[in-house]
Design a protein around this ligand. Structure first.
Ligand SMILES: [Zn+2]
Length: 288
């Protein structure tokens, strides 16, 4: 990205050849693939760049990538999966970039064989229904004091990223669970949260639907307080002190009657909670 920024002084487009022949410390490291839109160099654990192909005005686009301004006016790019298989190596590499919150380069085809780079960009969500990734294009404004500007940029980017991640995560999780609490089936979105199975402050707390579960406010709070646990085989277990309480209807309906029931998970296997994450949360529930 530094190289692109330095080379880009005074001009803003690159030919495919320049991007293909890029080398670092004497080793060739192509910055984009000739054919594929999603590019992960050998040895990288996540994608490095995405490309949208130039099509003359009026020509049909190969992918319907499109920049939109939803999610409170932030510039977002919706980028199609490579094919229809969510587990394709290319799609996995872009998902990895989302999970690591790694910066990427977007090469926008602006003429035949010419690309305009935009960076850093971040993958902030995924829309399984539409089979696309949601990419945030953060605009950085210059300020008078470069040091303050840098601090402000980092701080704001972190805040914006956080917010985008949360909004995308909520939409993805509630969509997967069809707007219902996985424990009690309550179906009012205003009373639902996208709960993290492993909290997002943890390294394993990835902002992905496989680390999420839709819970109503009460069951979310109970889950976070470890009064309610979800076994790796998806059976609900309630803390014994709540099970032996004889204090009214609420405890009975909200906790005693759900003990031993299975949580409702999405039909699509790829959107269900990941077992290793459930095991981490279950271990903590048991240890508390
Ligand atoms: Zn509930």
């Amino acid at each position: 990205m530094e190289w692109l920024a330095a080379r880009g002084e005074g001009r803003d487009t690159f030919t495919y050849g320049e991007l293909h022949d890029f080398a670092v410390a004497g080793e060739r490291l192509p910055l984009k693939d000739r054919v594929k839109g999603i590019w992960k160099p050998a040895g990288f654990s996540a994608a490095l760049s995405i490309t949208t192909t130039f099509r003359p005005p009026g020509a049909e686009k190969p992918y319907e990538d499109d920049v939109s301004g939803d999610l409170s006016g932030d510039m977002l790019l919706r980028y199609k999966w490579d094919g229809a298989d969510p587990e394709a190596a290319t799609n996995r590499s872009l998902r990895a970039a989302m999970q690591y919150r790694a910066p990427l380069i977007w090469f926008r085809g602006i003429a035949k064989g010419r690309f305009e780079p935009c960076f850093p960009i971040y993958v902030v969500g995924e829309d399984h229904q539409q089979q696309e990734f949601i990419v945030s294009l953060l605009v950085v404004e210059d300020a008078v004091d470069p040091a303050a500007a840098e601090y402000d940029r980092r701080y704001r980017n972190r805040e914006v990223l956080q917010r985008l991640h949360q909004a995308a995560f909520r939409r993805e999780v509630l969509g997967a669970y069809r707007n219902r609490c996985a424990v009690c089936n309550l179906g009012h979105p205003q009373l639902l949260d996208a709960a993290h199975i492993v909290p997002d402050r943890d390294d394993d707390g990835i902002p992905s639907v496989v680390n999420g579960i839709a819970l109503c406010k009460l069951h979310h709070a109970a889950f976070d307080a470890r009064l309610l646990g979800i076994r790796p085989d998806l059976v609900v277990q309630v803390k014994p002190d709540l099970l032996i309480e004889f204090d009214g209807q609420m405890v009975r309906y909200a906790f005693q009657e759900i003990d031993g029931k299975k949580v409702a998970v999405p039909r699509e296997t790829s959107r269900r909670p990941r077992r290793d994450l459930l095991e981490i949360a279950w271990g903590r529930f048991q240890g508390s």
